[in-house]
Design a protein around this ligand. Structure first.
Ligand code: NAD
Ligand code: WQD
Length: 351
């Protein structure tokens, strides 16, 4: 691909955790970025900090619209004003536990929102999409590392929404071969921008390991519950493939370039992980080392539905996208701690 100076990318859910980090990298790479987000799980301050990080010149290439993908009119307004070369589609709800209690909300938001997006893209002849899928589509894999051609299965409504959306993408592309769609299956995104200005800021008590550890470290929560200490792993705790959010952001740029360069891409899935597994207890130790803080833990029974060990095969992304994660657990913990230490209450000034 030549210079990407004029390429205009719509980023749905761009005010969120992965979206903000990707927006910074896109702007730095010379893309124009238009974010649409309903701020359901994010705040406008996060977008202001993206502007601050890229500086006044690149900020001029960033546009933000508060809008909801469930309202087709909100998407139509954007497409009727400008031409987009591609869409990176992050917008979605992602809390597994909440999805079990309220599946309608998950299917309405994740499925209806995405179908509206495809309809509007098709109408305006924008047929390139990078979609946020998840390692959740592997369910509890029988073998590791997870390869892209493994059988897919979902364990909960959130996971099913991702699985359905992968199937929908494959069906749309099969019916209309001019579509180019990359499905990125993220493993466990953690860490933060090295500046400590943007990072993950979950509402309420965190569900995921790293934000929970972070809140224990800054004194917002008393101790970490370690779910499961009798897994058949080296230390008895479960193993995951944690990936630095900046590596993930760069993976989106590699995926975009693939879309622009490869007319034969069709609808293709790639794992974005490091290919390395780290246990919960190893993650706690790494965070303690990075932060100098003791993380008190309580050993608890396994969490329902959790797999023993999940990590990615990274071969396909390396070979076809030319992308490979650069950062290890040490950098993930260093940057996550930097974010936490500078913003103990996330984007809120104070509680
Ligand atoms: P996030 O919640 O921080 O960001 C998602 C953003 O989408 C939020 O800002 C939210 O306000 C917005 N949004 C949700 N529904 C919307 C709608 N209908 N219209 C407009 N905006 C809407 O989450 P994230 O961690 O940045 O995740 C981004 C994507 O990656 C999601 O699709 C998620 O399912 C997927 N994913 C995340 C992880 C993870 O662990 N963070 C792992 C695998 C996949
Ligand atoms: C990691 C490990 C927990 C919290 C989830 C989604 C998946 C994807 C990524 C979106 C597990 C243990 C956790 C805590 C703990 N998201 N843990 N104490 O479950 O691998 O994946 O996020 O697509 O779909 O399911 O990530 O961070 O929740 O858990 O011991 O307070 O940490 O049991 O072994 P998970 P996680």
């Amino acid at each position: 691909m030549g210079s990407s100076v004029e390429q205009n990318i719509l980023v749905t859910g761009g005010a969120g955790f992965i979206g903000t980090h990707t927006a910074v990298q896109l702007l730095k790479e010379g893309f124009k970025v238009s974010i649409i987000d309903n701020l359901d799980n994010s705040v406008i301050e996060a977008v202001d900090r993206v502007r601050e990080l890229v500086g006044p010149d690149l900020s001029k290439k960033l546009e933000f619209t508060q809008g909801d993908l469930r309202n087709k009119g909100d998407i139509e307004k954007l497409f009727s004003k400008q031409r987009f070369d591609a869409v990176i589609h992050f917008a979605g709800l992602k809390a597994v536990g909440e999805s079990v209690g309220n599946p309608r909300r998950y299917f309405d938001n994740n499925l209806v929102g995405t179908i509206n997006l495809y309809e509007t893209m098709a109408k305006h002849n924008c047929k390139m999409m990078v979609f946020s899928s998840s390692a959740t589509v592997y369910g509890q894999p029988e073998k590791i590392p997870c390869m892209e051609d493994f059988e897919l299965k979902a364990m909960n409504p959130y996971g099913r929404s991702k699985l359905f959306l992968e199937e929908i993408a494959r069906d749309i592309q099969a019916a209309e071969p001019e579509w180019r769609i990359v499905l990125l299956r993220y493993f466990n995104p953690v860490g933060a921008h090295e500046s400590g200005r943007i990072g993950e800021d979950p509402k309420g008590i965190p569900n995921n390991l790293m934000p929970y550890i972070q809140q224990v470290a800054v004194g917002r929560l008393p101790e970490l519950n370690v779910y499961g200490h009798d897994y058949p792993t080296e230390d008895g705790s479960a193993v995951r493939d944690y990936i630095h959010v900046m590596d993930l952001a760069d993976g989106h740029i590699a995926a975009l370039r693939k879309l622009f360069d490869d007319p034969k891409i069709g609808c293709t899935a790639y794992n974005l992980g490091t290919g390395r597994g780290t246990s919960v207890l190893e993650m706690v130790a790494a965070f303690e080392k990075a932060s100098g803080k003791k993380i008190p833990i309580k050993l608890c029974p396994r969490r329902l539905g959790d797999a023993t060990a999940v990590y990615a095969s990274t071969e396909k992304a390396e070979k076809e996208l030319g992308w490979k994660a650069k950062y290890g657990v040490e950098e993930m913990c260093r940057d996550q701690w930097n974010w936490a230490n500078n913003n103990p209450w996330g984007y809120q000034k104070k509680l």
